[in-house]
Design a protein around this ligand. Structure first.
Ligand code: CP
Length: 343
């Protein structure tokens, strides 16, 4: 994974600090202010606290006044322009980044239909990104599948790049909005038990959640078909459930995932998946009254959930979507070096 440090990052003060510090730790803690945001590994606890504080402030302001742009200042703010390139389909992430720009009072432009782009004439995604960057946006938001060759390109676009979900590695803004929704309902997550159900192997959402939950001291469990169990060593400490009902008895948060059929090699029967892993009222009966159910979306009703699950008051799927706008506005404010007047 690549990052885009600002030249000014290495100030004299930080150089002095670096001489006595672990370089790897410093790299991990690189702040996203004025920089790219491609992995939740860039954020330390203090950064998380600050992002959630800003996102919650935006939410409160919006509930009170239907706006929060008046609380955000910065030189030439109205001229700031975020360019978005979505090479994979999206509803929530795409529109909530655009909505976040609108609510911040900045501009956004989007290319989300590559069928109308010059990719159809043979231009590579690498060249597409270089050309988009040549238009000098203030930041670029990107989503695409597996293109490891683009890692070095993202570092050299001359402006911060924000991941809107890249490959199967991470979906950092989704992970953050999921945590925001959990904390909103349960308070601090230390000691909370989070069960992740479904296609963990191919889910970039699950990876970002796992990294954040570990940092926040939550316990993680997963319940998946054998073929979709995580192989990454980061998951080694997670508790494995073979019976979904046992997982529901254990968990305070259940996060279901969509099967990423577009990434699967070889067929996995939807029918047998549904029989074992679809969440229904018989599972809800086992979840505590304070427990919550999440799903990053899109929910495939009938496969991931029976329809009644979406109507259960413990199901916070639409709250996740609402929080996504505020959370992404908080990320963009950092990346674009805007100042938020929190009061
Ligand atoms: N959660 C998520 O990434 O949804 P979209 O694919 O609709 O953006």
């Amino acid at each position: 994974m690549v990052f885009h440090p600002k030249e000014s990052f290495l100030t004299f003060r930080s150089l002095v600090l670096l001489t006595s510090a672990n370089w790897a730790a410093i790299f991990r803690s690189m702040p996203i202010r004025g920089n790219s945001f491609l992995s939740v590994k860039q954020l330390h606890l203090q950064d998380l606290k600050s992002i959630f504080e800003t996102a919650c402030f935006f939410k409160k302001q919006f509930q009170l006044n239907k706006r929060f742009d008046d609380k955000v200042i910065g030189e030439g703010k109205e001229q700031k322009t975020v360019l978005m390139v979505f090479a994979e389909p999206s509803t929530r992430t795409r529109l909530s980044f655009q909505m976040a720009c609108a609510r911040l009072g900045i501009r956004s432009l989007i290319m989300d239909n590559l069928a109308t782009s010059s990719v159809t004439k043979g231009e590579t995604l690498e060249d597409t990104l270089l050309n988009v960057a040549a238009m000098k946006p203030d930041a670029i938001v990107v989503r695409y599948g597996q293109h490891p060759e683009l890692d070095h390109v993202l570092a050299n676009l001359g402006c911060p790049v924000v991941s809107a979900g890249i490959g199967t590695a991470e979906h950092p803004s989704q992970g953050l909005l999921d945590i925001m929704t959990m904390e909103e309902n349960l308070g601090p997550l230390k000691g909370q038990k989070v069960l992740i159900v479904g296609d963990v192997l191919y889910s970039r959402v699950a990876n970002s959640n796992m990294l954040l939950l570990k940092q926040l001291g939550a316990e993680i469990g997963f319940c998946t078909p054998e073929e979709l169990a995580p192989k990454n060593a980061d998951w080694a400490d997670a508790k494995r459930f073979t019976d979904l009902k046992d997982g529901f008895k254990w968990a305070s948060v259940v996060m279901a995932l969509r099967m990423q059929k577009e990434r699967h090699i070889g067929g996995l029967s939807i029918g047998s998946y549904r029989d074992q892993f679809r969440i229904s009222s018989e599972h809800l009966d086992l979840l505590s009254s304070k427990g919550i159910i999440l799903h990053p979306g899109p929910v495939i009703v009938g496969v991931d959930f029976t329809p009644d699950v979406l109507k259960d008051p413990r199901c916070k799927v639409l709250d996740q979507v609402t929080n996504g706008v505020f959370l992404r506005a908080a990320i963009l404010a950092e990346v674009l070096e805007l100042e938020v007047k929190i009061s």
